[in-house]
Ligand binder design. Sequence first.
Ligand code: AGP
Length: 338
Amino acid sequence: MDQSKIFLGGIFDVLPKLIEARRIIILACGTSWHAGLVSEYLFEEYARVPVEVEYASEFRYRKPLIYDNDVVIAISQSGETADTLAAIRMVREQSEATILGICNVAGSSISRETDAGVYTHAGIEIGVASTKAFTAQITVLTMMAFLLGHRKKHIADSDYVQMVKALTQVPEKMREILKHEGFIKDVANKYTNVTNALYLGRGVLYPVALEGALKLKEISYIHAEGYPAAEMKHGPIALIDENMPVFVLAIKDDSYEKIISNIQEVKARNGKVVAIVTEGEKTIRKIADDVIEIPSCHRALSPLLAVVPLQIISYQIAVMRGCNVDQPRNLAKSVTVE
Ligand code: AGP
């Protein structure tokens, strides 16, 4: 297969609508909403189209303004989530907006009720906590942002070739991270008995921090919150003491210097810092309690790599606490009721 081009057959016919879109509205819940939030950064930066990421459960009861030349993207692993389904039906009733679906389950209600879409082909996801579907959702959304940016001539041909090539290198870089699974689990073991945790990220990694926190909550029942790192000073920093682990996504990108100062703020309050850094990083290594390296990659692709250690950490902590990681309490794989 030609790996130098992005081809998304499921949206080929509606690409003109996407290219002409006045705005992209993303509708989703839970982990799918986090994937949508990652794509907001990518669509706005690479395709120069305004994006609004909406919790479907709120959107459906709000009085949103929906225009006919909006494009709505419903993201759902199961394709059966009641709030997301109701939200797209509302859009259908109120406008001529084009409605796309990104689903993992073929033939699901959302995939049948949308105008076009992309299947994530992550395979059946058995565990309630969404992991591989999240990665696949971000991959599809990244491909859409790159494709749209190139078609709209915001991405030059030479950059596009490089970005697509970088995308094809992600699986190998993920394998690199998985080689260190034992080390990552050793780090996780140190935090098995905490009662709270904070996750911090900047830019496109902020939604990944939210996702890391959700994974820990879902399967280990530890209270955890994700925040944009700069928001910490506006309140959450009050929570920091020697009992609070803070997982910081601190890769080498244009916010690197700023994330170092956020880490210093946590250390100044005796917080425990677990930093996810770019391989070979030297500065954070001197101040953080634990450092987990990931391979360097194109900035837009960092969510795909940075989430892997967070998924392993939450899994390991849940296992060490004797939790049922596949069927956590109080949760259903697909929330088909309100
Ligand atoms: C994620 O691990 C949870 N299972 C949950 O938040 C899930 O993402 C949410 O219910 C949305 O499900 P969907 O992607 O099937 O619509």
